[in-house]
Structures are given as structure tokens and as C-alpha cells.
Design a protein around this ligand. Structure first.
Ligand code: HDE
Length: 694
């Protein structure tokens, strides 16, 4: 009986192919096993050619290379992933029969892929964008894919608008730019005409869309699902992931510079953290609502542009996810991973959310053009590893399983003749759709209960701290200033007036544009109780765990101060990165050489959470001539980071125009530990002195 190919691998029977090995006797062969005698020279007529068509070794190698690329994902093309496990800490057995949600203490393998949405596979990691947060749980009842984002709501209410949304945000059709950016005409044109997108736009303009690290983002299932218990009762559920390292972001100017300094900033950060045993972890939580509670919400629980405030329906933490293993091969795993919202387990069910309903078709379908075969579930990363899969589906492109016997249909009675008859349905344990009563006429209509497009946009904006509101307003100014169509800008402003008068005024004022008449909302917005849970400022964790501090040194630096800062930072859970003008390191005052982790020009301060500049008088004099050194401290200051420094660094700080504040710590005078409190957060109070915010 066919099983998960990984289970019983035998050559020719599916499962893993012979891997390349690095033992001395390992022999280079063609794909078909013919040993290769010379991998340096093609077969020629004489040493100077011509090359012969007969050279099957050359042809096979080049042909395989020619076809190495596959179509990238139509959205979420740029992604980074890791393996790990999920562990349930609290059972939901009153609500669901799903084993993954009831077997406390059981560890289930997961593969989690994070992504940006708009950019291509080779685009940078730090654009202003939503982040995908897709988790594949290899459960004992089949794969469960929770394909979410780091923002709990979506731009549109109905799947039929998805192609329009994505066409609008991607590179403009005639010119092929901008790449990985929403700051352009077509995106804002679409947004301005789709008021339902306003709530998500608030999130996308907030600092959540420029995360510090993939290890520091929240995750949300976005769509409403149902849990089904043993009695067949249904409960609405929203899924949440909360990072142990807290939700942290970058500054916009910083994100832009990181894009140049390290386009792989997030991918590298995730890979290195896991490689060094610093495993990222998330809490898994649910919000549960029965029908009466759902009916009492001031919006429709099926509307994906709405969230359920935590203050009204608290999160219940039921498990954790740890990512502890990097993929062995980026293409085989991260690229070929196929996430499907239709991958669901008994005890969990969909809701009628019209966005989710469309997703149920799209993901399965897109894999055909991306992975090229209906058998994409046989690719190792996609196999149902937690359990066997067996059915009567056969053949197709790249079939890797060798099925035995004649049973490829059902019902059959072959077992009565002693032959293998194959699997049968399981009416008790199999997946069952909740018998939710429904009736109605066939219509193309948007429910009245979906009409309020502004109340939650207002809720989000008004729930933010002043700093976050200013960042959000400034992001709108940045994006709309890149828009070239006056009428589009005006329409966005007209819509913003329904969110918050002050916000609209600030954005218009910062663009020097008149405030147009407010647009007419489909439903009058209401004032909801602010939700402090929606803020991120003021919630950074009280340690440097997961963060990186750069120490800039040069010849003559004081090794004792370097050692003290290193001890303090590492003692607080942070990592230290030594930056020096030369990669070979710096000769310290005591004559010893301190090796560098990075050279100054290639290690700008945008890549770190805080910096310490430990220079002698001579060292500082030398670095005054280096633009990269001046930028190093100027950017650190501009990006609201703590700067620790020796007294001799004064001239460099002056050159960078820095007026020391509480976040600038003289390490010659203070204890190195004094550097820690400012290093653990951003110096928000400094911001008005370094840039004008809307
Ligand atoms: Fe997706 N989405 N999506 N999406 N989505 C894809 O599937 C789609 C939506 C999300 O790491 C595609 O395999 C439609 C919401 C993530 O591989 C595609 C609609 C949310 C990923 C697709 C949505 C998401 C995708 C492209 C509206 C948050 C990356 C490649 C009805 C809950 C998964 C692929 C990965 C990927 C369709 C809306 C999250 C085209 C039609 C809402 C994280 O099938």
C-alpha cells in the first residue's frame, strides 16, 4: 500500500534518492549513474574543438542547469524558512477533536516560512510590506497549514478582488517598477477606491511593516476558522502567534539603508540565530467565540478586514513553536514548500469568510504552475510526514511512487481474492465539515454587515502611542508623495478624514496640500474603545536577548573597555560584533590584536541595535577622515540607538553633529552596565531632534 514515500524508502519505490556524499570514494556520475571521467573539459574533436553533439555529459549538465529556475510565487515570492516543533501546553478538548490541539506535551514537527508580499524572489528583505507567516504542522492527522500574516486583517473582503489588489501593488505593468514597494500610483489608486482596505492600510503604514527581525514579528491566521468538538459543536476561532522576543521594528530611514547594506538582512538574521542555537520562539494563542458572542460583535466575524480586540476577547495561550533547524537546501525546502489553507485537520473547519473561501481554491491551483505537477505533495517538504497518506490517485507528471497491485479504484472487492484492496474512508475519524445550517438566494452581494470600513481603522490609529501615530502619518506622507496623480492623493485624504480628522490634517499639511471634503462612508464610523494591545512602542523586552551590538575599534583602542562592554552585552543576552577599519582587526593599546567580525565600510550601524565606539585619541583622529565612521555614529543617533563611547570619541560625535542625550553614554566615565538600559530600547524622545514627523 502506498505510504508517505519518506516512510519506507527503497530505491525505485519512491522516497529519498541516493544523496551526493563527500566520502573519498564518492564518484561523480551523470543523473543516470554513468561515472564521469572528466568534469573540466567537454568532448571535442581535437583539443581545440569543435565540441561534439555526442557529449551527453555536457548536454545533460547544461540542460539541467537551463531548467534550474521555476516560476516564483505570484505573491510572497521572497521568503525564508526554518524547521522546528510545536508543543501544545493547554488542551482545547472542549472545543475540538483535533489531536494537535488536544494532546498536551506532544511535539509536532513544523516548517515555517516568512515572506514579504510584493517583491520578487530576489528582492530585498526590508521594504515596507506585510510579512507572510506560514506554518506547516506535520500532524498525525495530516498536514495542517496555518497560512497567516503579521497583520491580523486584510485589504479586501472578497477573494474576487485579490488579483486586482496584487496587480495594483506589484510593479506597474508598462514600466516594470517599482520593485517591492507600495509607494506608487497604481497601489494608491486601488486603495483609494476600496475603502474596505483602510484598516489594513493603517497597519501597513505602521512600524509593523518594517520589522527588525522575522524573529520579532507576530503572526495571525487572519481569517476566522471554526473548531469542532466531539459533540459536533462549532466555536469560532482566531489564531495568533506572539514572539518571545517581543514585536520590534526598524525606523523607515534605517530600513531603506539596510536594503543597500544587507539585502538579506532578515534571511541572514534568522539563519544565523538558528545556526548559533539562539532558537526563535512564539506563543500560540487563540481567541474563541461562540455564535452568541460573534453575533454581539459590532462587525461581522466573517469580515477579514476586522480584528477582535484582545481587551474584549482575551487571548488564550495554548502552545509554543520553536524554530531550531535551518533548511539543508533552500530550493528543495523553502522554495518548494507549498502551503495550502485547505490543508486542515479533523476538528478544525473553515468559516464562510468570502476571502478564505477564495483562498481555498487559489493555493492548490497555483502550485500547478509553480511546481508543475499534481504530485507536488510528494516533494519531501510537502509530504504528510506525521502520518501515512494513501488513496487511489495515480500517475501524473513526476510520479515518484511505485504503486503495487490493481487496486486503483474504490469500492473494490479485491481483498476477497486475497489481493491488496487499498484504503477505505473513515466515517468516524475522518475530516467532517461542520453541519452549519444555511439557506439563501444565489446573489453577488456584499453583506450589509461588511459595510463599516472606518471604525477599526480609527480604532487602530487611536490605539497607537503618539510616536507610532507620528510614524504612521509620516509613512502616509512618504507613500503619497511618491504618487504622481493628484486626484488619487486627494481621494486618499478624503478617505482619511473618516478615520481621524487630525491624521488627515497632518498628512495633508506635511504634503502642503489642501484637505478635500471627506468621502461619504458606506456606514458611519463609530468610536471604539482604544486597544493598547495594538501598540508596540513601550513593550520592548528588558534585555538584549536576540539583539546585536556593534563595537567600533581601531588601532590603539582600550581592550579593557571592549572586554567590559562585551561582558555587559553578552551578560544581558545580546551578541557583540567587532567592527574595525581593516578586516584583519585592530592592534589594541596593550599590543594585542582584536580580530574584526566586519570591516567598517561593510558594517554600517544600521545593521545593529546599539553601538559602542571605543577609540583612542589617535584612532578617533584617523576615523574623522572616514565618511563611513561619521555615518556610523550619525546613523546610530538618527535611528534612535544607544551610543556608548570613550571620551576620546568626542570629535567624531561633533563631526556627526551629535548632541549627546541620555542614550549617548560616556563609557570612560560610566560603568559599562549603564550602557544597557538605553541599548535595550530606542531613544524615542530624541526623534524630534533628528527628523520632522508629520
Ligand atoms: Fe495568500 N497566496 N492569498 N494570503 N498567502 C499565496 O500561494 C491568495 C491571503 C499568504 O510561504 C499564493 O503558494 C488569495 C491572506 C502567505 O509559500 C496564492 C487571497 C493571507 C503566502 C495566494 C490571499 C495570505 C501566500 C502564492 C485572497 C493571510 C505565502 C504562492 C483571497 C492570512 C505562503 C502560494 C508561502 C501565498 C492566494 C490572501 C497569506 C497565489 C487568492 C488573507 C503567508 O495562492
Amino acid at each position: 500500500m502506498p505510504k508517505s514515500p519518506a516512510a519506507d524508502a527503497r530505491p525505485g519505490e519512491g522516497g529519498e534518492l541516493h544523496q551526493t556524499t563527500s566520502t573519498p570514494e564518492a564518484r561523480l556520475t551523470t543523473n543516470h549513474g554513468a561515472p564521469v571521467s572528466d568534469d573540466q573539459n567537454s568532448l571535442k574533436l581535437g583539443p581545440r574543438g569543435s565540441t561534439l553533439l555526442e557529449d551527453f555529459v555536457l548536454r545533460e549538465k547544461i540542460q539541467h542547469f537551463d531548467h534550474e529556475r521555476i516560476p516564483e510565487r505570484i505573491v510572497h515570492a521572497r521568503g525564508s524558512a526554518a524547521h522546528g516543533f510545536f508543543e501544545l501546553t493547554e488542551s482545547l478538548e472542549d472545543y475540538t477533536t483535533a489531536k494537535i490541539l488536544t494532546e498536551v506535551g506532544k511535539k509536532t514537527e513544523v516548517f515555517t516560512r516568512f515572506s514579504t508580499v510584493a517583491g520578487g524572489a530576489g528582492s530585498v528583505d526590508t521594504p515596507r510590506d506585510v510579512r507572510g507567516f506560514a506554518v506547516k504542522f506535520y500532524t498525525s492527522e495530516g498536514n495542517w497549514d496555518l497560512v497567516g500574516n503579521n497583520i491580523p486583517v486584510f485589504f479586501i473582503q472578497d477573494a474576487i478582488k485579490f488579483p486586482d489588489l496584487i496587480h495594483a501593488v506589484k510593479m506597474e505593468a508598462d514600466r516594470g517598477y517599482p520593485q517591492a514597494a507600495s509607494a506608487h500610483d497604481t497601489f494608491w489608486d486601488f486603495i483609494s477606491l476600496m475603502p474596505e482596505s483602510t484598516h489594513m492600510v493603517m497597519w501597513a503604514m505602521s512600524d509593523r511593516a518594517i520589522p527588525r527581525s522575522l524573529r520579532m514579528i507576530e503572526g495571525f491566521g487572519v481569517n476566522t476558522f471554526r473548531l469542532i468538538n466531539a459533540k459536533g459543536e462549532a466555536t469560532f476561532v482566531k489564531f495568533h502567534w506572539r514572539p518571545r522576543l517581543g514585536t520590534q521594528s526598524t525606523c523607515w530611514d534605517e530600513a531603506v539603508k539596510i536594503a543597500g547594506a544587507d539585502p538579506d538582512y532578515h534571511r541572514r538574521d534568522l539563519f544565523e540565530a538558528i545556526d548559533q542555537g539562539d532558537f526563535p520562539e512564539w506563543e500560540f494563542a487563540v481567541q474563541l467565540l461562540n455564535q452568541a458572542e460573534a453575533d454581539a460583535l459590532p462587525f461581522d466575524i466573517l469580515d477579514a478586514t476586522k480584528l477582535i480586540p484582545e481587551e474584549d476577547h482575551p487571548l488564550r495561550v495554548i502552545g509554543r513553536m520553536v524554530l531550531n533547524r535551518n533548511p539543508d537546501n533552500f530550493f528543495a525546502e523553502t522554495e518548494q514548500a507549498a502551503f495550502l489553507p485547505t490543508n486542515i485537520v479533523p476538528g478544525v473547519d473553515f468559516s464562510e469568510d468570502p476571502l478564505l473561501q477564495g483562498r481555498l481554491f487559489s493555493y492548490q491551483d497555483t502550485q500547478l504552475s509553480r511546481l508543475g505537477t499534481v504530485n507536488f505533495h510528494q516533494i519531501p517538504i510537502n509530504q504528510a510526514k506525521g502520518c501515512p497518506f494513501q488513496n487511489f490517485q495515480r500517475d501524473g507528471h513526476v510520479q515518484t511512487q511505485v504503486f503495487k497491485g490493481r487496486a486503483n479504484y474504490e469500492p473494490n472487492s479485491l481483498a476477497e481474492a486475497g489481493e491488496e484492496g487499498g484504503p477505505r474512508e473513515d466515517p468516524k475519524g475522518g475530516f467532517r465539515t461542520a453541519a452549519v445550517p444555511m439557506e439563501g438566494a444565489k446573489v453577488r452581494l456584499r453583506a450589509e454587515s461588511f459595510a463599516d470600513h472606518y471604525s477599526q481603522a480609527r480604532l487602530f490609529f487611536r490605539s497607537q502611542t503618539e510616536i507610532e501615530q507620528a510614524h504612521l502619518a509620516s509613512a502616509l506622507v512618504f507613500e503619497l508623495s511618491k504618487v504622481t496623480l493628484d486626484h488619487v492623493r486627494a481621494r486618499v485624504l478624503a478617505n482619511l478624514r473618516n478615520v481621524d480628522e487630525d491624521l488627515a490634517k497632518r498628512v495633508a499639511g506635511a504634503m502642503n496640500l489642501p484637505l478635500p471634503k471627506a468621502s461619504a462612508p458606506a456606514a458611519t464610523p463609530i468610536d471604539l474603545e482604544p486597544s493598547p494591545a495594538l501598540r508596540i512602542v513601550g513593550k520592548y523586552p528588558d534585555s538584549l536577548k536576540g539583539r546585536k551590538v556593534a563595537i567600533l575599534v581601531a588601532d590603539g583602542s582600550d581592550g579593557a573597555i571592549v572586554a567590559a562592554v562585551r561582558k555587559a552585552v553578552e551578560g544581558d543576552g545580546g551578541a557583540v560584533f567587532i567592527v574595525a577599519p581593516k578586516i584583519g582587526g585592530a592592534k589594541l593599546a596593550d599590543g594585542s590584536v582584536l580580530p574584526a567580525d566586519g570591516q567598517l565600510a561593510g558594517s554600517p550601524s544600521v545593521l545593529f541595535d546599539a553601538v559602542a565606539v571605543i577609540l583612542s585619541e589617535d584612532g578617533c583622529a584617523q576615523l574623522l577622515k572616514e565618511g563611513a565612521a561619521v555615518d556610523f555614529v550619525r546613523d546610530a543617533f538618527g535611528h534612535l540607538k544607544a551610543i556608548g563611547h570613550t571620551r576620546e570619541v568626542g570629535p567624531l560625535l561633533d563631526r556627526a553633529g551629535i548632541k549627546p542625550d541620555e542614550g549617548v553614554v560616556d563609557l570612560s566615565a560610566a560603568k559599562s552596565g549603564d550602557f544597557l538600559p538605553p541599548a535595550r530600547t530606542r531613544q524615542w524622545a530624541r526623534e524630534p531632534s533628528v527628523r520632522t514627523l508629520a
